[in-house]
Structure formats: C-alpha cells, structure tokens
Design a protein around this ligand. Structure first.
Ligand SMILES: *[C@@H]1O[C@H](CO)[C@@H](O)[C@H](O)[C@H]1NC(C)=O
Ligand SMILES: *[C@@H]1O[C@H](CO)[C@@H](O)[C@H](O)[C@H]1NC(C)=O
Length: 295
C-alpha cells in the first residue's frame, strides 16, 4: 500500500508537476466557476482545485494514458513521465533536415521483393521468436509481445545500403554528408493490442531513420502518429512494401491506437549524419533534457 501511494505521488509530481495548485487564489477561482469558464488556464495552474485527475495524462497527440490502467507497470509510468520530458525538450535542440520531418515512399526494388521473400522463408522455416520487450515504450508487451525473425547478413547490408541512399537523397548529402549506419532491427512482428508510446529516439545515433513494412495481417489500419515540423500531428498508414522516412530524434512518433489484427512486420534502420553531428555523438539518451522542467 505504502509503495503505491509513494509512486502515485511521485508520478503526479513527475508527469504533471502542476497538478498541485500553482496560485493561492485557485480555490476561490474554482468556487467562482473558473474551472469551467477558463479550463485551459485552470486545468494547468489550479489542477487540484479543479479536481483534475492525476492518474490520467495526455501525450502530445492528445491520447489519454490511463497511468494506472491494468496493463501499466511502475516502469511504464516512469518511462511515460520521462518521455514527456524528453518529447518537450529534445526536439527543439535537434536540427531540422526536411520541411515536414517525415515522408511515405515505397521500398525501392529489388529490396522490396527480397524482403517479402525473406519474410516468407523465415515464416516457412518457423523462425519466429519471442523478443524481449522494451517496456514503457511498447505498452502491454507482457500480454501482447513482439516477435522477431532473423535477417541474414547480405540482406541486412542491402537494407542499409538502399535505405541510406534514399535517406541521403531526402535530407541532402551536401549539407549532412553520407549517413553513418547505427542500427537495424527486425524483422519485428507486433501482435494484436500493441501500442507504442509517443517518443523521440536517441539523438546521438537515431537521427535519420526508416520504417519498412514487410507484411501485415490487420483488421483495421494501424496508423503511425508523427508530429510534423508544421506543428500538426500526422497519421501515416503504411501498406506492405511502404517505407516511412523520418527524423527520428526530432519528430515525436507513436502508435497509440492498439493494433487490431494478428501481425504487423517492420524493419527499422537508423543513421546519423557524418557532418554536423559532432555535438550530438556523446549525448546519452535524453541527455539534453534539463533536470527540472515545466510540463
Ligand atoms: C477491428 O477490426 C474489425 C474488422 O474491421 C472491426 O469490426 C472492429 O471494430 C475493429 N476493432 C477495433 C477495436 O477497432
Ligand atoms: C485482437 O484483440 C481484440 C481485443 O481483445 C479482439 O477482440 C480481437 O478479436 C483480436 N483480433 C485478433 C485478430 O486476434
């Protein structure tokens, strides 16, 4: 019991430090009906007086997180609070590569066909394995785990080469140099009910990235939410063979509508620029984040 109370309190402070009244007049204003008349100010500054529920939080896309929902762990809550801070503080510090920050294209041939074939081969050989999950980012991964099927070395090399070329064309080689490959994940299979919290990636290594969809069996679209540099939230729906190019350390992204279907198979490829990235290469995850922030 005691632990729960402490965690709840710590969370309110971390995820929503303004949950307490920020002004001595809050209770009076609330009595005068200001919570209803002026909710945008009052919910933030007089949350306690207006009875704002600190067990719920909204991400930047407006999705409400039930922080104490039955699939949420302490770790999920910590990650969520940490992500809120990083989402607020990291993006403004990261250079902008393109006008919007993301782009939906097709995976170039012959890579697309090779990926489809390889995926089928792995499924035929029964090489789908359960993957350790990244709790917090990927919610409910205990009940709805991710699976993985291996890529071979040649195919990985081909993925890295082909995506680097598309991404370099997209952001401009002159300014940012050739891209330095940092990681390739997948083929990762998301299963029914998966959601991905709003986050940005590690700026040192995950600056320019691509998501390749190599297969899906869904009953409804599973959109990617991604914040554009235009300040609006975009919803991107991928078909098998599509690839989303995105500025992964700057554009906040999520999949907050639970996957409705059996499977969704992606490959992720991450790069950083070889020019103009010197000041970021030693920055740890979330390291640009100040200790104390207002949410
Ligand atoms: C999942 O997809 C099916 C088939 O399109 C649909 O009937 C159902 O309402 C969807 N469920 C959710 C939660 O969206
Ligand atoms: C996914 O999960 C929902 C909710 O539990 C269920 O209604 C639906 O039938 C499942 N879909 C598949 C394809 O298993």
């Amino acid at each position: 019991m005691r632990t729960t109370a402490v965690v709840a309190l710590a969370l309110c402070v971390t995820a929503n430090p303004r949950c307490a009244n920020q002004h001595p007049e809050c209770d009076n204003w609330a009595k005068q009906g200001e919570c209803v008349k002026n909710p945008s100010y009052m919910d933030k500054s007089c949350a306690a007086a207006c009875g704002v529920d600190c067990t719920k939080a909204k991400d930047c896309f407006g999705f409400e997180i039930d922080l104490y929902g039955d699939e949420m762990t302490d770790h999920d809550r910590d990650t969520f609070a940490n992500n809120l801070r990083i989402n607020q503080h990291q993006p403004p510090t990261v250079p902008q590569f393109t006008e919007l920050g993301h782009k939906l294209v097709r995976i170039p041939e012959p890579l697309r066909s090779r990926l489809f074939q390889h995926r089928q081969l792995m499924l035929d050989r029964d090489l789908l394995r359960r993957e350790g999950c990244t709790r917090g980012y990927l919610n409910n991964c205990g009940r709805h785990p991710t699976l993985t099927m291996p890529l071979d070395r040649d195919l990985t090399r081909e993925i890295n080469r082909a995506t680097a070329s598309v991404l370099e064309d997209w952001i401009g080689r002159e300014k940012w140099g050739s891209l330095v490959h940092t990681s390739t994940y997948g083929i990762r299979r998301y299963t029914n009910g998966s959601t991905l919290q709003a986050h940005v990636d590690v700026v040192a290594t995950h600056a320019v990235s691509a998501i390749l969809n190599v297969g899906q069996d869904v009953d409804s679209d599973w959109p990617l939410q991604i914040m554009g540099h235009d300040g609006t939230a975009h919803s991107v729906v991928m078909a098998p063979g599509d690839m989303v190019l995105y500025e992964s350390a700057k554009a906040i992204h999520a999949r907050m509508i639970p996957l409705n279907g059996t499977s969704y198979d992606n490959v992720f490829v991450h790069f950083r620029p070889s020019k103009g990235w010197e000041r970021f290469v030693d920055v740890p995850n979330g390291g640009v984040v100040a200790d104390h922030v207002e949410l």
